[in-house]
Design a protein around this ligand. Sequence first.
Ligand SMILES: O=C(CO)[C@H](O)[C@H](O)COP(=O)(O)O
Ligand SMILES: [Fe+2]
Length: 214
Amino acid sequence: MDKILPSLLAGDFANLGRDIGRMEAAGADMFHLDVMDGQFVPNISYGLPVIEAISKVSNIPIDVHLMTLQPDQFIEELKRMGVAMVSFHVEATHHPHRLIQKIQQNGMKAGIALNPHSAVSELEYLLPDLDFVLIMTVNPGFGGQEFISQCVGKITELDGMRKAHNYQFDIEVDGGINDETAAICRDEGANLFVSGSHLFKAEDPAAAISRLRG
Ligand SMILES: O=C(CO)[C@H](O)[C@H](O)COP(=O)(O)O
Ligand SMILES: [Fe+2]
């Protein structure tokens, strides 16, 4: 089923509770929380205390996107906060399979994110065990960037592998998602749509969310 995940990176950090309530009322399915460490990506967003605060007021599930080196160190804490889904970057760890197992053993769905330069073939031996794949359609680190259209071929490729092997993983897209780019990604097989600046700039977020559903 298609799901729309507002990225709170585009929210007003001085009024996050208000923005969480607005997006829930507008029909958001989950919140997407971007953790950036200033090392893996050239930006620092927010960390565990902010996720914990959000988890206490959110009425919808939380998806955490770790843009950090050593992503394995946060898993138990995220489980304690009731996080539903966690993704980390294949480029950020030497032991992606072990980390998938750790996330799942902690009762959360495990996903791997691919930077725009990374090939789907990196994931070939991980796909049977993954709950979702996050195709980055911008370079990670900032909201409000332009969609990189070469990444769309990776969705097509993943969807083909999913069908050929009857794999069950979801395909999430993140970066520059708006009505037009969501439709392009949906046509190729994506079903989880992260959207930050587009949704938070919308005058009517409920209408924007329903348009993103296609
Ligand atoms: O992971 C991210 C950036 O690294 C964000 O989730 C993404 O950028 C969402 O913002 P926008 O929709 O404005 O592109
Ligand atoms: Fe993200």
